[in-house]
Design a protein around this ligand. Structure first.
Ligand code: 13P
Ligand code: SF4
Length: 307
């Protein structure tokens, strides 16, 4: 492991590369990264990169987003098969058909979507800014929200705005049950419960906080509570412990593991740096349209013009 880490360190310098890493990645991957963050933070980071190569430790849609924002740089995903099943639950053809049914609607796509779906969308969002993005749209305009039905329902509740919501879901979060949360609360009566908006509404109803992963990291910086039950992918527990070592973090369920996020290994990171492969390339015509929807999101959230 030490040898691999040394190799990664020296290849990173030789290749003028930066390693971006989602909080769901395994601890040893987080430890070699230059930046660990949520989908939003990683998208933003991707607009600031100066390195020639970006090694993206996450899943395909995240690397695609980085490639869309950095057409001139080499973006590498250490395991090409690390996809996001939710992103694959709607195709560009399906979205085009839905748009034809609702021609006046704005399309908000969760960043967990393919580049082709982003290219068909008005504006992108992440779980940390979805409410704000929907609120930024003209109040009387119909809204199509894809692909996550649970994040969509969460936004509907928060904005009191009815939307046309696609039926996608995250297989990792969708199976969390309210009963599991209730059982864990009994075992840890002092703890506060935080869950991701990709969890079903009945699970969200059991929680004290419904937060994106980035918001979870922010919350624990100032939290008074000394114990949290964590209702999202287990990789974040390592990140949270680093941010707030004085707090105890307990995963709500051992099933909260995203198999795709766990495909990244140190060996694959080393190979990706060494070979510059597997490279993620988004065709120009798709990238141009997809970039508009991502930049629209960055502009609403940051007043940022994008890369
Ligand atoms: P965040 O937007 O909170 O980083 O979540 C991404 C994701 O894939 C959740 O399953
Ligand atoms: Fe996709 Fe769910 Fe994995 Fe996030 S946790 S990458 S939504 S499958």
């Amino acid at each position: 492991m030490l040898k691999l880490r040394d190799e990664i360190e020296s290849l990173r310098r030789q290749r003028n590369a930066v390693i971006l890493c989602h909080t769901y990645q395994a601890p040893e991957i987080q430890d070699v990264a230059d930046f660990v963050g949520d989908s939003y933070g990683l998208s933003l980071q991707a607009t600031k990169v100066e390195a020639e190569t970006i090694v993206f430790c996450g899943v395909l849609f995240m690397a695609e987003t980085a490639a869309i924002l950095n057409p001139q740089r080499r973006v590498v995903l250490p395991d090409l098969s690390a996809g996001c099943p939710m992103a694959d639950m709607i195709s560009a053809d399906q979205l085009r058909a839905l748009k034809a049914e609702h021609p006046a609607a704005a399309v908000v796509c969760y960043v967990n979507s393919t580049a082709e779906v982003k290219a068909e969308s008005t504006i992108c969002c992440t779980s940390s800014n979805a409410v704000r993005i929907v609120e930024s749209l003209p109040p009387d305009q119909p809204v199509i929200f894809v692909p996550d039905r649970y994040l969509g329902r969460f936004v509907e509740r928060r904005t009191k705005r009815k939307m046309i919501v696609w039926d996608g879901f995250c297989p990792t979060h969708a199976h969390l049950e309210p009963e599991t949360v209730r059982r864990m609360r009994k075992r840890y009566p002092e703890a506060e419960v935080m869950v991701h908006p990709e969890c079903p509404p009945e699970v969200q109803d059991e929680a004290d906080h419904v937060l994106s992963t980035g918001q979870m990291c922010d919350l624990v910086k100032t939290a008074k509570c000394r114990q949290f039950l964590v209702g999202t992918e287990e990789g974040i527990i390592y990140t949270l412990r680093k941010i707030a070592p004085e707090i105890e973090f307990v995963g709500i369920s051992p099933l909260l593991v995203c198999p795709n996020m766990k495909k990244t290994t140190l060996e694959k990171v080393r190979n990706a740096l060494r070979d510059g492969e597997p490279r993620i390339v988004v065709p120009d015509s798709v990238a141009r349209a997809a970039r508009r929807s991502i930049e629209a999101m960055l502009e609403v959230t940051e007043g940022h013009k994008g890369g």
